[in-house]
Design a protein around this ligand. Structure first.
Ligand code: NDP
Length: 485
């Protein structure tokens, strides 16, 4: 790839790019064409050691800087990212295949939002004073130490920043491992953080597959693991972290419900369903992939949905007119095609899409199934692709019970003009990130994360601070110590 933003080596450790060609080569494939655009190498044990050792060595001095100084560096990095948004968006598009129309708007910019927000909070992270008559207790909010971040492939810049920004704001250091499918963007985040003045060793990036992640998670020097990935990987990583009682944040998969009552504004509900199923070609954890539509408006909803889905501009992701890009890689495309075939075989009604696009690259058509029932595979399993299941319902009580009948609990949305019902339904849904008359908004100011199998802990907002710090409490006695003997 000849691109000004291309990282110059596979890893970023102790403030500089590092290469070790003894590691397994990982080809970087541009999803829109299937062409190989770069190669990185998986971290060897020597690289993993170097990254962990530099993160560990840098932590105490980083935590001793004032929060305001740490925050200034994060905010400077946010400014650099915004100035370079275009070139970083091109890199994100090469890494993931997502269209520039999306990457220009949400990837580097949401990373910058996180750096700016947590940079702003860093100076005001304090403990409290608890008076106890003459005596008193004070608390100190301390960093956890060395944190490991492990990312999925759908938002490589955003995930690197959503984990790095709160970790660093609290005085931790980090070793981040991106998904092997999208290795490039996190390296640029590390490079820019150092350009902004980050001390060497505070934020390190190493490449590799699951075994590199596992080596990081099991190292006794690591105090916290934050994973974005699937539920099966989450269970393995959570169990591995538990062996040393490490802190965890788990941002995992979902099969979230979006409920459309018959009094809803149909255009807004259709827009929400499109955003919540087809943005990033459906490769979004919080997607509302079970769209429950009340029977009275079902056919009207489906007709508008098919019409508007037909307006998707599928094509070259570098063309800013393109609104729908390819899947991240051939493997993911084939997994999703398998689910589409299951939907057809189990008797769902295909409204639109349902096949691979007849063009180079890993493109699927945006696909809608109607008459989906709760027991169908496409209604139970996370597909992580552009496949929407529309289910019918009659009563509020019924839809809430069916919406909750899943192991997952990441997100949920309700479309209705009746606000009493909207709040009542949201109150009864088992999900961490919810929406009323909207879907998939994720501002840095709002907590993000799931319940049940979808995760543990929260990213973004002041909640994230709790998950990257711990409280020391100190009892201060002003008088004499009374003892029994
Ligand atoms: P995976 O669970 O396959 O992988 C996630 C990351 O974990 C990758 O970097 C992977 O490495 C690494 N990994 C795999 N095995 C281990 C292990 N044993 N120990 C440590 N690390 C390991 O997820 P995908 O990358 O396929 O991403 C899709 C999933 O992520 C979906 O389920 C989606 O819902 C979820 N997701 C959740 C989000 C949320 O915030 N809740 C947001 C985005 C996605 P490698 O891939 O290189 O082998």
């Amino acid at each position: 790839m000849t691109h000004p933003a291309q990282p110059t080596a596979s890893h970023f450790i102790n403030g500089e790019y590092v290469e070790d060609t003894a590691g397994t080569p990982i080809p970087v494939i541009y999803a829109a064409t299937g062409e190989q655009i770069a190669t990185v190498h998986a971290a060897t044990p020597a690289i993993v050691e170097k990254a962990l050792a530099s993160g560990k060595a840098a932590q105490k001095a980083w935590a001793k800087m004032s929060g305001t100084e740490r925050g200034r560096i994060l905010r400077r990095a946010a400014d650099i990212i915004r100035e370079r948004n275009h070139e970083l968006s091109v890199l994100e598009t090469y890494d993931t295949g997502k269209p520039m129309q999306e990457t220009l708007a949400v990837d580097a910019t949401s990373g910058a939002d996180a750096l700016e927000y947590f940079g702003g909070l860093a100076g005001s992270l304090t403990g409290e004073h608890i008076p106890l008559g003459e005596d008193w207790v004070y608390t100190i909010r301390e960093a956890l130490g060395l944190c490991v971040g492990i990312g999925a492939w759908n938002y490589p810049t955003q995930i690197a920043c959503w984990k790095g920004a709160p970790a660093l704001a609290c005085g931790n250091t980090m070793v981040f491992k991106p998904s092997e499918a999208t290795p490039l963007c996190a390296l640029k985040v590390a490079e820019i953080l150092h350009e902004a003045g980050l001390p060497a060793g505070v934020y390190n990036v190493v490449q590799g597959m699951g075994e590199v992640g596992a080596a990081l998670v099991t190292d006794p020097r690591v105090d916290k693991v934050s994973l974005t990935g699937s539920v099966p990987t989450g269970k393995k990583v959570y169990a591995a972290a538990a062996a040393d009682m490490k802190h965890v944040t788990m941002e995992l998969g979902g099969k979230s419900p979006m409920i459309v009552f018959d009094d809803a504004d149909i255009e807004n509900a259709v827009g929400g369903a499109i955003n919540g199923n087809f943005y990033s070609s459906g490769q979004v954890c919080s997607n509302g992939t079970r769209v429950f539509v009340q029977k009275g408006i079902k056919e009207k909803f489906l007709a508008r949905l098919a019409e508007r889905t037909g307006n998707a501009v599928i094509g070259d992701p570098m063309d800013e007119a393109t609104s729908f890009g390819p899947m991240v890689n051939e493997n993911q495309m084939n997994i999703v095609l398998g689910y589409i075939e299951k939907g057809k075989a189990e008797g769902a009604r295909l409204i639109c899409g349902g096949a691979r696009c007849d063009m180079p690259g890993w493109y699927l058509q945006p696909t809608v199934f109607a008459d989906v029932t709760d027991d169908m595979t496409i209604a139970r399993e996370e597909i992580f692709g552009p496949v929407m299941s529309v289910l019918d319902f009659e009563t509020e009580e019924e839809v809430v019970a069916r919406a909750n009948d899943t192991e997952f609990g990441l997100s949920a949305g309700v479309f209705t003009r009746d606000f009493t019902r909207a709040h009542r339904v949201i109150g009864n849904l088992e999900a961490g990130s919810c929406f009323i008359n909207s879907y998939n908004d994720a501002p840095v100011e709002a907590p993000f994360g799931g319940v049940k199998a979808s995760g543990v802990g929260r990213e973004n907002s002041k909640e994230a601070i709790k998950h990257f710090s711990q409280v020391k409490s100190v009892y201060v006695r002003m008088g004499d110590v009374e003892a029994a003997f």
